[in-house]
Design a protein around this ligand. Structure first.
Ligand code: DX5
Ligand code: ZN
Length: 212
């Protein structure tokens, strides 16, 4: 049976001067989740947004908020993002010493938990956590910036994870309608797309194309 694939537009590529309208448009266009990229300038060489922005868009949409933390020491900020309105909080295995403690903190806040690995990190870094998390995010670009090229080599990790993990398997970075087919074939079931949605005139058409 064909599995339903969720599309999560990343607001990193939205027009921040009209973020409320952008979020409403993408909801109306059929997005399943809203992907929110949080960068601290330390774990990645870029700075984006914090809990204040998440809280300010929260009242304007019913979309599920998928918050991707690309920050060092994520445990420090879990409470703030949870209160701001995150539904799922994903953090990087490379960014902390004790992922179990971070997962526990996310769960204690009543939120879903995700763990992510960068392109160069092996699946073995997270394979002991499958029982604990709702989502595994396999980065398909080096985290830090939108608009980079998809790294196809990362898809072998998706297939490997799928053998042992029944939850959400998300891919993020460089996803367009061409590589979306490959990601779906590797059995990823949540596709993040920044440029491929917000870079288009017609968001609904872009989302339909990614869903396949
Ligand atoms: C990269 C971010 C991605 C990024 C995706 O560090 O995690 O979510 O915004 O943007 P595109 O789809 O343009 O690669
Ligand atoms: Zn992301």
């Amino acid at each position: 049976m064909e599995e339903r694939v969720l599309i999560a537009p990343s607001i990193l590529s939205a027009d921040f001067s009209k973020l409320r309208e952008e979020v409403k448009s993408v909801e109306k266009a059929g997005a399943d989740w809203l992907h929110v990229d949080v960068m601290d300038g330390l774990f990645v060489p870029n700075i984006t947004i914090g809990p204040l922005v998440v809280a300010s868009i929260r009242p304007h949409t019913k979309l599920f908020f998928d918050v991707h933390l690309m920050i060092n020491d994520p445990i420090k900020y879990v409470d703030q993002f949870a209160s701001a309105g995150a539904d799922l909080i994903t953090f990087h295995a490379e960014a902390c010493n004790s992922p179990m403690d971070v997962i526990k903190k996310i769960k204690d806040n009543g939120k879903k938990a995700g763990i992510s690995i960068k392109p160069k990190s092996p699946v073995s870094l997270i394979s002991n956590l499958y029982e604990e998390v709702d989502l595994v995010l396999v980065m398909t670009v080096e985290p830090g910036f939108g608009g980079q090229s998809f790294r196809e080599d990362c898809l072998t990790k998706v297939s490997e994870i799928k053998k042992k993990f029944a939850g959400y398997i998300q891919v993020d970075g460089g996803i367009n309608k061409v590589v979306a087919v490959k990601a779906r074939n590797a059995r990823a079931n949540v596709l993040v797309a920044g440029t491929a949605v917000f870079g288009r005139e017609d968001y609904a058409e872009a989302i339909r194309e990614l869903r396949g």
